[in-house]
Design a protein. Structure first.
Length: 196
């Protein structure tokens, strides 16, 4: 009995030692400490550090790489208390040279069920205004469309459910898109994943 008890104590002690070693293996990672909007340049004040036991499957920016993410732009909206992953930052400006940013307000019935995310390609479609008369020729022709790319989509507004989507389009198309928005004749259509 004494020998069995000693063996159990030794086995239990070894298990506790392994558990302590696993718990003791911690990684210092970069965290988000305040709200960062899409496209905003990250500063040291936006970021913090935390020491955690990190699963290898989780992709997080380690504290050693903090200097490499400061100065980059947020590719998605960042929330306080979250870990920062490499895919959440970018060196690219979300609005590129030769592009314009056009805000598009969408009513609940105009919002796709698929969540709009930065970088998503869309088609901006011109539709006739409600009650506007059309000639047979116009009715038979395909509507005019322009390409665009989602930069940011707001949360649905309380009460109305309306969403504002910031869309990047070419500088030549920007004024046309803005006019369609103003006239209420624009619809936003999601492009296929390959952009076609």
């Amino acid at each position: 009995m004494i020998a069995l008890s000693l063996a159990l104590i030794a086995t239990g002690g070894a298990g506790v030692a392994v558990l302590l070693l696993q718990v003791g293996h911690r990684t210092e990672v970069v965290t988000v400490v305040r709200d960062v909007q899409v496209g905003q340049v990250l500063t040291e004040q936006d970021l913090g550090k935390a020491s955690i036991s990190l699963d290898p499957a989780v992709k997080a920016v380690t504290s050693d790489d903090l200097d490499q993410v400061v100065g980059k732009r947020a590719a998605v909206e960042l929330r306080p208390g979250s870990l920062l992953s490499p895919s959440q930052v970018t060196r690219d400006s979300l609005v590129r040279a030769g592009e314009q940013l056009v805000p598009i307000g969408l009513k609940p019935e105009q919002i796709p069920a698929t969540a709009l995310v930065p970088g998503q390609k869309v088609q901006l479609v011109h539709v006739p205004a409600q009650g506007e008369s059309e000639t047979d020729k116009l009715a038979d022709s395909a509507p005019k469309t322009l390409p665009g790319r989602v930069v940011k989509a707001s949360d649905a507004a309380p009460g109305t459910g309306a969403v504002v989507v910031d869309v990047a389009t070419s500088a030549t198309d920007g004024p046309t898109v803005a006019a369609w928005v103003s006239a209420g004749t624009l619809r936003l259509v999601l492009a296929a994943p390959d952009g076609h």
